[in-house]
Design a protein around this ligand. Structure first.
Ligand SMILES: NC(=O)c1ccc[n+]([C@@H]2O[C@H](COP(=O)([O-])OP(=O)(O)OC[C@H]3O[C@@H](n4cnc5c(N)ncnc54)[C@H](O)[C@@H]3O)[C@@H](O)[C@H]2O)c1
Length: 350
């Protein structure tokens, strides 16, 4: 397979060359090589998982953020304060991904010794796909919880004003022989990024995702960028959204609702199973639960039952083999940025 293969509508790109290309763009924009590699790794991993809304589509946006002085590419996160079981990271307005990694790694370290670690991070930029951090805890056989509030883009239940973020949450649960459970979702009906991707593909939205500027329902993705607003996923999404707003905005001290001053106010927690029960009996229970779910008779219209994390794992296997498809509009916007910095993809032609 060509490293970068163009068709009239799609580019199919191998993960490795795409990672190098992405890293080179950020490095050319003043990012130290190790940070550029981390950001590239996380963006491409999102694409591999099928979460294209948090993949390389973000390159032009991140470069704009550097241009505007919002992302300080060479800044590194630091531990601002900590106790045996808690920590606070200062992201110093560098890229968000290194802050997210530092927060969860510190939480894991504390949980290894004390059973639980809770670490918050402030002054961070966008951390991307939140499951990347709970997966990190799972790799240490710990339960990972990660949440982040975001700038206001979502209306409260029954309201039409932008007062809440898309406020995602992720839970990672280690298993034994089975795959871990990785739940990862925005508390809005959709992430903004997914709507952005659907708009570039000319797709209609399902009902209940957005309201137009007059507070009326719409299935047109464009209305979101013309004064419209995202909706929560029902009343339950609204309640969970307020929890994320509290942990990411009030507990971090970065402010809540439309007074939130940050980009992502981060809450991360690692729970060391071994401090509560034996890891063997815990993972046996999770294996049993996963197997039970999969063995359920599929409802009408479905052929199988999955557990959270399955769709991403499947997409990753397929994309690692066949490459990542990037549509022309997104590819062109990335190439414009690359051209500006004199970075060329490893193109081998159409
Ligand atoms: N950093 C930020 O500011 C920010 C903000 C919002 C969202 N996000 C990210 O956006 C991404 C997309 O969020 P979303 O709300 O669109 O996710 P989504 O609604 O697509 O839900 C994804 C979750 O559902 C699970 N899932 C999907 N189909 C399933 C099935 N048939 N059976 C069992 N489980 C299934 C997936 O494994 C995954 O855990 C997430 O990675 C989130 O972390 C980040």
């Amino acid at each position: 397979m060509a490293a970068f293969r163009a068709s009239c509508l799609m580019h199919r790109v191998e993960a490795g060359p795409l990672r190098r290309f992405t890293s080179q763009i950020f490095a050319a924009a003043g990012t130290p090589a190790d940070i550029a590699d981390t950001v590239a790794e996380f963006l491409v991993r999102a694409n591999l998982c099928g979460v294209d809304s948090h993949g390389v589509i973000r390159i032009p946006e991140y470069i704009e953020e550097i241009d505007a002085g919002h992302v300080k590419p060479s800044e590194r996160p630091r531990i601002a304060k900590q106790t045996a079981t808690t920590g606070m990271i200062d992201g110093r307005w560098g890229f968000g991904q290194p802050s997210g990694v530092m927060a969860m790694e510190l939480a894991v370290k504390k949980a290894r010794k004390h059973g639980v670690g809770t670490v918050l991070a402030v002054r961070t930029n966008h951390i991307g796909r939140v499951a990347d951090y709970t997966e990190l805890a799972v790799r240490h056989n710990m339960i990972g919880i990660a949440m982040t509030n975001c700038g206001p883009a979502v209306a409260p239940w029954q309201g039409m004003d932008k007062l809440l973020g898309t406020n995602p949450m992720s839970f990672g649960i280690p298993a034994g022989k089975e795959d871990p459970i990785i739940a990862d979702f925005a508390t809005s009906a959709s992430s903004e990024g997914k709507i952005r991707v659907m708009r570039t593909k000319g797709m209609a939205l399902p009902p209940g995702w957005v309201l137009d500027r007059d507070g009326g329902p719409s299935t047109d993705p464009a209305v979101l960028y013309e004064g419209g607003v995202l909706q929560t996923f029902g009343i339950r999404g609204y309640m969970l959204n307020l929890v994320v707003e509290t942990l990411g905005g009030a507990l971090t001290g970065e402010g809540v609702s439309d007074e939130f001053k940050g980009v992502n106010g981060i809450f991360m927690q690692a729970i060391n199973v071994k401090h509560f029960t034996s890891l063997r009996s815990f993972t046996a229970s999770i294996d049993k639960m996963v197997k039970k779910m999969r063995s359920s008779r599929p409802a009408k219209g479905f052929t199988e039952v999955l557990v959270p994390g399955d769709p991403e794992r499947r997409t990753m296997r397929e994309r690692e083999l066949n490459g990542i498809e990037i549509n022309d509009a997104i590819w062109d916007s990335i190439m414009q940025v690359a051209k500006r910095f004199g970075v060329k993809p490893q193109t081998t032609g159409a």
